[in-house]
Design a protein. Structure first.
Length: 206
């Protein structure tokens, strides 16, 4: 069949919606079949733009991974600085609570057990790190990580490592001098070689 009806007039009117076997459509809205991504998967050659404005502070959004992994990501960029409850990384606790990790102006914050719908602010967050305390470990208060070793540059010129402190469960002091006072509450002191007292009037040890 060849139709010579001009554009603007349907060349054929069909009342039935019954599928016609072996009738192939070459184009769909002017596009070939390989212009579409199959539901079974494939590779996009362009940018996928999701519906904008889907940032409500709940378990909804523009993309639902349906409890599946997202992998092979090179970089993740946020749209702006984290200054609202829905902006950050949220870890599920229950239907109405999350643990939120967010960052703003070089400071990383953590909000435990945040109620969905409440804003993340510096006042209700715990500071995890900021640009002044993470680096080479050369400045006071900076954390330095080298392999499995963690060290902190303390006040003054001393750098302290995790082995320089006694754990709360106990340990051994070596050449300890207490600048102020040591208080021992309702506990025995034993296995002492000597106790030395400072003579405050003369500055000598007796």
């Amino acid at each position: 069949m060849e139709s010579t009806v001009a554009s603007g007039t349907a060349p054929l009117v069909v009342a039935s919606n019954t599928l016609v076997d072996n009738l192939n459509a070459d184009l769909l809205d002017g596009k070939q079949g390989d212009d579409y991504l199959l539901k079974s998967g494939g590779t996009m050659t362009g940018t996928l733009t999701l519906k904008a404005g889907q940032y409500t502070d709940d378990y909804t959004g523009a993309l639902n991974a349906n409890n599946s992994n997202i992998y092979g990501v090179n970089s993740i960029y946020t749209a702006d600085s984290s200054d609202g409850g829905s902006e950050g990384i949220h870890f599920y606790r229950d239907a109405t609570h999350v643990d939120t990790l967010w960052m703003n102006s070089g400071v990383m914050y953590f909000v435990p057990n945040r109620v969905l719908g409440t804003n993340t602010t510096a006042a209700n967050s715990k500071i995890i790190a900021h640009s002044g305390n993470v680096g080479t470990g050369d400045n006071n208060g900076q954390v330095k990580i080298a392999g499995t070793n963690v060290s902190v540059k303390g006040l003054g010129s001393n750098a302290y490592s995790s082995t320089a402190y006694l754990p709360l469960t106990g340990g051994t002091l070596s050449n300890a001098t207490f600048g102020d006072a040591l208080t021992i509450r309702r506990t025995d002191v034993r296995t002492l070689a000597a106790i030395r007292f400072q003579n405050y009037s003369s500055g000598t040890t007796v």
